[in-house]
Design a binder for this molecule. Structure first.
Ligand SMILES: *[C@@H]1O[C@H](CO)[C@@H](O)[C@H](O)[C@H]1NC(C)=O
Ligand SMILES: *[C@@H]1O[C@H](CO)[C@@H](O)[C@H](O)[C@H]1NC(C)=O
Ligand SMILES: *[C@@H]1O[C@H](CO)[C@@H](O)[C@H](O)[C@H]1NC(C)=O
Ligand SMILES: *[C@@H]1O[C@H](CO)[C@@H](O)[C@H](O)[C@H]1NC(C)=O
Ligand SMILES: *[C@@H]1O[C@H](CO)[C@@H](O)[C@H](O)[C@H]1NC(C)=O
Ligand SMILES: *[C@@H]1O[C@H](CO)[C@@H](O)[C@H](O)[C@H]1NC(C)=O
Ligand SMILES: *[C@@H]1O[C@H](CO)[C@@H](O)[C@H](O)[C@H]1NC(C)=O
Length: 469
């Protein structure tokens, strides 16, 4: 998921060059699942692989797509591909409506007047129809379904099991911040974890970044210096006024946040092409106390890693906020309606950023300006249960403690069937990615626990089914 303040995942897949094969299919869904007056329908995309599938009753592993084109998630959810042969499973990756090519109103879908059908519950209902279809539209399906998802996709997989337990047997919800709603966790939890992930690499790195904000503001107070900075940092556009300065600062903050999220032990292009252990790599440039232009030059090197790892970037496009591989423009709308995740920074000793409070009034006004909607801050908690989900079952919540989103995740088991898996040295849903020689042992263990749960859920499904016959 992408941090909303700033906006909101070529294949190098951890050095292992594998291209997964699938068929691209389309499935017709109603525009509106919850009312009967708009009777239009449209197609959502899904990717399917049946290479290992046992049609006699093999499971369906179903990825509940999140905010981006589904191919990206299929390519970066290697865990499902890795285990499919052992389970004789069919793989399905379903695209979330309003992302990728699953557009209800074609190229007009993102117009304000057409965005109303972009909600998580409509997307879940799409997946429910698709799963019912994949199970052969039977009263007593023979194919058990396990849902998987990472980030917002992980929230969707958990929510799917809660809302449609009759359709799926269990859910692996990786890095799903289902507590990141208003009032449920402190708004600075995200920025604190970003800071501690940088601290793991190098304390001086944190000190330099913390100092850089005021150094940058002081430096840019002189007009001529902004020319120097444009040249030194290779910026696409000049810094002309205070709005531009803020935009640049937001870009930098989002850079540090993204680096912490995708701090994987291997080279990856999940959100953007980056080296293995990108936080450690950029902190090399900030490993001793720097000031003035030395500090700014060092941050220029950090920008080179972040924005130009391929060496193909002409310039640093700090004004373009949609700079990841995901094409997640719909997320900004979702963040303005039901997915309200308060974010703030405290500065000082708490985190390495400039203080910036969470201001719901301003947030709400901005949403209204952009989309003509007001957010409903409690809607998702009321719809999905907040922290009162004891009635749920067969869900695993996994979180890596290097991942800033873990601050909104479930870190303690809720019951014997809603369990937490904590991976101390992993970033954003590393456990869902393909096995890699550089993986820490803890991630291997997490994947083994996922498999034990899947085994149990499949056994339960089959026992139940045999009792019914
Ligand atoms: C859809 O609704 C329109 C009127 O709103 C009606 O004319 C049309 O027959 C309906 N189509 C279907 C397939 O129900
Ligand atoms: C939008 O889609 C329509 C119909 O598919 C097409 O004729 C039109 O050129 C497209 N417009 C843009 C801007 O892509
Ligand atoms: C600032 O830039 C302007 C024009 O680019 C130049 O005339 C002026 O001398 C510069 N001032 C300093 C202090 O370098
Ligand atoms: C600041 O400059 C940018 C161009 O660099 C311009 O688009 C924007 O309107 C300016 N904002 C203010 C407040 O002057
Ligand atoms: C910046 O650091 C250098 C040594 O690294 C030091 O000589 C200089 O006084 C420092 N300047 C400021 C403004 O702190
Ligand atoms: C990216 O790297 C290439 C090769 O080193 C360089 O020519 C180019 O200027 C760099 N782009 C940016 C934005 O710094
Ligand atoms: C929050 O934003 C509103 C609207 O922009 C503003 O009037 C208010 O002063 C802000 N509150 C705080 C505490 O900054």
């Amino acid at each position: 998921m992408i941090n909303v303040k700033v906006l909101s995942f070529l294949l190098l897949l951890g050095g292992v060059n594998c291209e997964y094969k699938y068929e691209t299919k389309w499935f017709k869904v109603p525009l509106d699942h919850f009312g009967y007056q708009r009777n239009e329908s449209f197609n959502i995309k899904y990717l399917e692989n049946e290479e290992h599938w046992d049609r006699g009753g093999g499971p369906i592993f179903f990825y509940t797509g999140n905010e981006g084109q589904i191919e990206t998630f299929a390519q970066h959810t290697g865990f499902m591909w890795d285990i499919a042969p052992d389970y004789n499973a069919k793989l399905v990756f379903a695209e979330h409506r309003y992302y990728g090519q699953s557009m209800p109103f074609g190229n007009k879908s993102m117009d304000k007047e057409h965005l109303g059908y972009l909600t998580s519950s409509q997307a879940l209902a799409d997946y429910a129809d698709l799963i019912n279809y994949l199970q052969g539209d039977r009263l007593k399906p023979k194919y058990p379904v396990i849902v998987f998802g990472g980030s917002y996709g992980g929230m969707l997989s958990a929510y799917f099991r809660m809302k449609y337990p009759h359709l799926v047997t269990g859910a692996i919800a990786a890095s799903a911040p289902i507590h990141m709603y208003p009032g449920m966790v402190p708004c600075d939890v995200f920025s604190r974890i970003v800071t501690s992930s940088f601290k793991v690499a190098n304390q001086k790195c944190v000190d330099n970044i913390r100092r850089s904000w005021s150094e940058l503001r002081t430096f840019l107070a002189s007009q001529n210096n902004s020319d120097w900075l444009k040249t030194t940092w290779n910026l696409c556009e000049p810094i002309k006024n205070s709005t531009d300065i803020q935009t640049l600062m937001d870009y930098l903050q989002s850079m540090y946040e993204t680096l912490a999220m995708v701090n994987y032990p291997f080279q990856s292009d999940f959100l953007m092409p980056l080296p293995a252990q990108p936080v450690r790599v950029v902190c090399q440039y900030l490993s001793e106390k720097l000031n003035g232009t030395h500090l700014l030059e060092a941050i220029g090197k950090v920008l080179q890693v972040y924005a130009n790892y391929t060496g193909k970037a002409k310039c640093v496009d700090y004004k373009n906020s949609d700079y990841t591989n995901l094409d997640a423009s719909g997320w900004d709308y979702q963040a303005c309606t039901e997915m309200i995740m308060p974010m703030c920074t405290m500065g000082k000793e708490f985190d390495m950023f400039e203080p910036s409070p969470w201001n719901f009034t301003k947030y709400s006004e901005d949403c209204h300006k952009k989309y003509n909607v007001y957010p409903r801050p409690d809607a998702a908690r009321i719809e999905y249960g907040g922290d009162r989900i004891k009635a749920a079952s067969n869900i695993v919540f996994s979180n890596g403690l290097l991942d800033p989103w873990a601050g909104g995740g479930i870190l303690n088991s809720i019951s014997s069937t809603v369990t937490a898996v904590v991976i101390i040295d992993a970033a954003h849903h590393l456990d869902l990615m393909a096995a890699n020689p550089n993986d820490p042992e803890t991630v291997r263990m997490a994947r083994a626990i996922h498999r034990q749960n899947i085994d149990k859920w499949l056994r339960d499904f089959r026992e139940e089914r045999s009792k019914r016959h």
